[in-house]
Write a protein that binds this ligand. Structure first.
Ligand SMILES: Cc1cc2nc3c(=O)[nH]c(=O)nc-3n(C[C@H](O)[C@H](O)[C@H](O)COP(=O)(O)OP(=O)(O)OC[C@H]3O[C@@H](n4cnc5c(N)ncnc54)[C@H](O)[C@@H]3O)c2cc1C
Length: 416
């Protein structure tokens, strides 16, 4: 059986917090109730403010945040050793540390808001099937260890012991990182959104924003349910961000991501990645296996795909789902015979340098962007909103890595 809706959306809690038409005037308006917008609303509300969140869907987490693999893997898109080479040690470490702080915040927030049941912790093992990737992962283990971060290179036997199952003979070793988080994506995001409402945020859902424009020192957000005037606006619309901020169109590429899910299996495995993350997987709390990726088997690597206006996901590709289903037993012989019960797609937003866009819109007081997490938003899903909330209150927000600043692509002058 195949379904375009995710396991998380099917098995997650219903959204019950009130929605209402948006107010004509608010201090803070957050566009998007994915993990980023919902968590920003949470941190703003925890600080005693009353943000208004608008989303075109009737519940939070109906975009990519409810269709992902739920993995919160520490570190940025690149492994640490190549990240150090590309960005320099200070910036690569800032990115990694942001994700470690994220885990501390995740501990604090899930404990405080009674959301412990929405997350689970496993190791992550990046598997190497080629000598050059093995070298990169070994160097990464060394670089992380030198920075005081727990990680180890495991040889072929070690990786099989850590996995606890047979693995393809092609696997020659792997990078082991303990204590990586995963969440039930929808339960987690809706839990955070509900906590935001308890702290004073308003979620006005089923409302599509069409434009954001300057207006006498404030911002006007036009929607299909009226106009909202706000002192500060945050655009957290993932791949849909350029619809409101067209200046970002050249810098945000919509990319399809797709996953398949098996029936529960009687063994447990860590989260894993293969071929520099082009194939990846994990296990849901019910024991089912999730496998995603293989964009490299699709023309153009599924980059620049179309997402219809109003749709939450690009068209589902059954042939890609078949390839993902076949890849699982090829890697993990014990998964042979595990029935594939579901598959779904979602949209990711990539930037040319594979770093997110987070910060003030250059030259525009009160307009912020928090988008384009390059298929890797979850490990920033507390720290970035929390730090952005701090910046919006006039603070430093210094734990957002400098290279996330949207000014790197924009010349300034405000939005038209
Ligand atoms: C298949 C797949 C697997 C993934 N796996 C992982 C993973 O394991 N780990 C990880 O870290 N990341 C993963 N990602 C990426 C992750 O899902 C994203 O980084 C994250 O969800 C981005 O959150 P967001 O809040 O920015 O976007 P979204 O959750 O997409 O939220 C954007 C919101 O904007 C709303 N919206 C859009 N346009 C409008 C409008 N005009 N007006 C009002 N509302 C609007 C949408 O309804 C949506 O709710 C995966 C992505 C995919 C597709």
């Amino acid at each position: 059986m195949r379904s375009p809706d995710s396991y998380w959306l099917e098995s997650g809690p219903q959204w019950t917090a009130t929605h209402r038409p948006p107010p004509a005037r608010t201090e803070l308006c957050v566009l998007g109730a994915g993990v980023m917008g919902s968590t920003l609303a949470y941190w703003l509300a925890r600080d005693g403010r009353r943000p208004v969140v608008l989303d075109r869907n009737p519940a939070p987490a109906m975009g990519s945040s409810g269709r992902n693999a739920g993995r919160m893997i520490q570190g940025g898109n690149l492994q640490h050793a190549p990240a150090v080479e590309k960005f320099g040690h200070a910036e690569a470490l800032a990115i990694y540390r942001a994700t470690l702080r994220n885990q501390d915040l995740l501990d604090e927030v899930t404990e405080r808001e009674g959301l412990g049941g929405t997350r689970f912790t496993t190791a992550k093992i990046d598997l190497a099937v080629s000598e050059d990737e093995a070298l990169e992962l070994e160097r990464t283990a060394d670089a992380l260890t030198a920075d005081g971060i727990a990680a180890a290179w495991l040889d072929a036997d070690g990786v099989r012991r850590a996995f606890g199952t047979e693995l393809s003979d092609d696997v020659i070793g792997g990078l082991h990182k303990p204590d990586q988080d995963a969440v039930h994506s929808v339960a987690y995001v809706r839990g955070i959104a509900a906590a935001a409402v308890r702290h004073g945020a308003e979620f006005c859902l089923g409302v599509t924003a069409t434009t954001v424009e300057p207006h006498g020192g404030r911002w006007l957000v036009r929607t299909d349910a009226g106009t909202v005037e706000a002192d500060q606006v945050v655009v957290a619309l993932n791949a849909w961000t350029p619809r409101l901020l067209p200046e970002l169109d050249p810098f945000i590429t919509p990319v399809r991501g797709q996953l398949v899910q098996t029936a529960p299996v009687p063994f447990r495995i860590p989260q894993w990645g293969l071929d520099r993350g082009l194939l990846y997987g994990g296990q849901a709390p019910d024991g089912s296996l999730l496998v995603g990726g293989l964009r490299n088997t699709v023309p153009g690597r599924d980059e620049g795909i179309a997402v219809e206006p109003g749709a939450n996901t690009p068209l589902f590709a059954p042939d890609l789902a078949d390839r993902l289903a076949d890849a699982l037993p090829a890697l993990l012989p014990e998964a042979r015979g595990a029935e594939v019960v579901r598959a779904w797609s979602g949209v990711m937003a990539f930037t040319p340098d594979r770093r997110p866009l987070v910060g003030r819109w250059p030259g525009a007081e009160g307009l912020w962007v928090m988008a384009a997490f390059n298929g890797h938003g979850m490990p920033y899903s507390q720290i970035v909103p929390q730090q952005l909330a701090e910046r919006m209150a006039g603070g430093d927000g210094g734990h957002i890595p400098l290279t996330f600043d949207p000014a790197r692509f924009l010349t300034g002058g405000g939005t038209s």
